[in-house]
Design a protein around this ligand. Structure first.
Ligand SMILES: Nc1ncnc2c1ncn2[C@@H]1O[C@H](COP(=O)(O)OP(=O)(O)OP(=O)(O)O)[C@@H](O)[C@H]1O
Ligand SMILES: [Mg+2]
Length: 250
């Protein structure tokens, strides 16, 4: 089992869109896949038409009174399951803090799923917090959407510092440019340059396309309702990159 987190300190950069589309493509490719929606906003849960409710909330999970298994829901797609969000996840930091090993809890919660899933995708809320530290520890790969802008690169550098500064095994960071507007010269330039300048940035990028926003209307991954769109092709290329990245991790 491999664990991937879509993660960024910044909000609204395309984390959930990536989690949902890549999860769908992984399952279509034959991997038994679980997406865990860790964001109390519950966007991934909404996109899969699942009710955002976990009995006992995050507290019961973290305290070990309930297992992930009891709360996991099937999606409309073969081999793809969802662990829904719950509004109580907004207190997840506090819940984690009250456990014995507050930074290792998420990894331990996910570990028993190894028999059932080949891939687990954690869709994270935007922040640097105890939840983030848990996510980093639980993951083999951090998949980071980057908006092509200078400030967003600064945040990315903060993120790589944060990850490098954590004790123990640290995950592989794979960043990709997200919401790229080809009409903007600055965007085009960064797409050309960044994969060469920063070792973590992959050459595959996701363009800014309204069909990606339409996921919220269709409540489905792009490849499910617009399989021949450029957006679907972009996520497919990113999935191929991630799949080969996953093959390399120990
Ligand atoms: N490539 C894209 N082109 C156009 N719109 C996009 C693209 N990616 C995401 N969006 C839209 O931008 C908004 C934010 O995207 P998304 O929810 O994936 O980001 P996020 O990083 O998960 O946000 P949050 O930090 O709130 O969890 C959504 O309305 C989504 O439909
Ligand atoms: Mg999100």
């Amino acid at each position: 089992m491999r664990v991937v987190a879509t993660y960024n300190i910044k909000g609204g950069v395309g984390k959930t869109s990536a989690a949902v589309n890549l999860g769908y493509l992984a399952a279509r490719d034959g991997l038994r896949t679980l997406i865990w929606d860790l964001d109390p906003q519950g966007s991934a849960t909404y996109l899969f038409r699942v009710k955002p409710k976990v009995k006992g909330g995050g507290k019961a999970l973290v305290a070990g009174r309930r297992t992930l298994d009891e709360a996991i829901k099937a999606t409309d797609f073969d081999r793809l399951d969802l662990m829904p969000a719950d509004f109580s996840y907004r207190n997840l930091d506090l819940d984690l803090d009250s456990t014995k090993r507050p930074t290792d809890r998420l990894r331990r919660l996910v570990a028993p799923l190894a028999d059932e899933y080949e891939l687990v995708i954690l869709d994270c809320p935007p922040s640097v917090s105890l939840v983030s530290e848990n996510v980093v520890r639980a993951s083999h790969v951090l998949l980071v959407p980057l908006i092509p802008a200078v400030l967003s690169l600064r945040t990315f550098d903060q993120l790589t510092h944060f990850v490098a500064g954590l004790p123990g095994r640290t995950p592989t960071v794979l960043a990709f440019l997200s919401m790229v507007d080809r009409r903007k010269k600055a965007h085009r330039e960064l797409v050309e340059r960044l994969p060469y300048e920063r070792e973590f940035v992959v050459p595959e990028s996701i363009p800014n396309l309204s069909v990606i926003e339409q996921m919220a209307r269709h409540r489905a991954p792009v490849s499910a309702f617009a399989p021949r769109s450029p957006a679907a092709a972009a996520y497919e290329a990113l999935w191929a990159r991630l799949r080969s990245g996953l093959a390399d991790v120990r």
